[in-house]
Write a new protein. Structure first.
Length: 389
């Protein structure tokens, strides 16, 4: 057993001053204050001084990093991505596909499923590596009009046959799927994916309000990078964004890098969705953590300059890290650290159906991050082990 302590801890719903977090066999045994619980005899104590303990970040939408694209990275490449993520406080992530020919998507799903299962069989994460927890399928069921950087020639109409082929290739590890609800056949695919436990997320969509509402009725319960690759909000024809911002049961995510959204829109989004239904994602690509230059996103070559990732004049992902997203929200929306942390921990874990992550509580995985009061990462602990620098 190991005891971790610091100046304070966010569960994140509650604050515990002078906390005592007990970990045994990679699982949190107890969370209390030092005043309320004596340290058991013989237990090693790790004291992080004036720092803040918080749940490890969960990124449900990430395409790569450290020069590696998750769709074609080998085991070593995925390890590099995972190590970069852990340095920025991420302890669990969902490698995200991009639209390419169907055979290539299936091949990518197979090797990502291998990585997820291998990590699970290790019964723990090697030090310094965030863990892949499931797959986010982004494409090929996207709007031609709002496809963003996804290649037009590789988009496919949503059918049960194609979805089942993707599901089988991923061996059931698809946990999130982005789809445009207005496409012919989309409602049947949404219903089937939801039946299988997939979080269906509406995105890359030109849906009007009626079509978006129908998507929710069919089983969609989330929205992907809100405002981006969506029909713009109109005061007479509010479209999909009108549904996202007004449905209290619908969670939604944003890319808070100051590029994809103006800070005023971040404030508008957070005022609408609140601390319960808002989620932060990075949509990070292989260029994350790397110098400016040209990098791959699926079959695309992306130019990265001044923090912008561009293909043919269109934004194509980001080089955002989750800790920076947290600090940006604190700056843009004037939220405090505890409130903001929910958007990177508990909320994405709930979206992905992860009952034992995104929180610091007895029985949860011992995945947490050590932060300064300003949200800067000092250490990351994965399954009770401090990550290597």
């Amino acid at each position: 057993m190991i005891a971790f302590t610091a100046n304070c801890l966010y569960t994140p719903l509650e604050r515990v001053d002078q906390p005592l977090l007990l970990v045994e066999d990679h699982v949190i045994v107890d969370v209390s204050s030092r005043a309320a619980h004596e340290i058991p005899a013989g237990v090693r104590v790790v004291d992080f001084g004036d720092a803040v303990l918080a749940p490890g970040f969960v990124d449900i939408h990430i395409h790569g990093g450290a020069g590696q694209d998750v769709m074609d990275a080998d085991a070593s490449g995925l390890s590099a991505v995972a190590q970069l993520l852990s340095h920025h406080g991420v302890t669990g992530y969902f490698p995200t596909t991009v639209t390419v020919p169907l055979d290539q998507i299936c091949a990518a799903l197979e090797h990502l499923a291998d990585a997820i299962e291998t990590t699970s069989l290790e019964n723990g994460s090697r030090r310094g590596r965030a863990r892949p927890l499931g797959i986010h399928l982004e494409g090929p069921f996207l709007s031609h009009v709002r496809r963003g950087a996804h290649p037009l020639e590789n988009l496919l109409p949503p059918t049960l046959e194609t979805f089942n082929r993707l599901w089988q290739a991923a061996r059931g590890h698809i946990r999130i799927m982005t789809i445009a609800p207005e496409l012919d056949g989309a409602l049947e695919v949404i219903a089937e994916a939801a039946r299988l436990g997939v979080c269906v997320s509406m995105g890359h969509s030109d849906a009007d309000l009626k079509s978006a509402s129908a998507g929710v009725a069919a089983g969609a319960r989330h929205a992907t990078h809100t405002f981006n690759a969506m029909r713009p909000l109109d005061h007479r024809q509010p479209g999909i964004i009108g549904e996202v911002l007004t449905d209290p049961q619908l969670s939604a995510d944003i890319i808070a890098d100051g590029i994809h959204l103006d800070p005023a829109i971040v404030q508008l989004f957070l005022q609408s969705k609140g601390p319960d239904q808002a989620v932060l994602i990075t949509d990070a690509i292989s260029a994350t953590g790397m110098p400016e230059g040209r990098y791959r996103l699926g079959t695309l070559e992306v130019e990265v300059k001044n923090g912008r990732c561009v293909v043919g004049g269109k934004l194509a992902g980001s080089v955002l890290t989750m800790d920076r997203a947290v600090r940006n929200v604190m700056q843009f929306a004037h939220w405090d650290l505890q409130q903001t942390l929910r958007l990177a921990t508990l909320n994405p874990a709930r979206v992905a159906g992860l009952a034992n992550r995104g929180k610091l509580a007895a029985g949860a995985e011992a995945d947490f991050v050590v932060l300064s009061r300003n949200g800067e990462v000092r250490n990351t602990i994965i399954r009770g082990e401090i990550c290597e620098p």
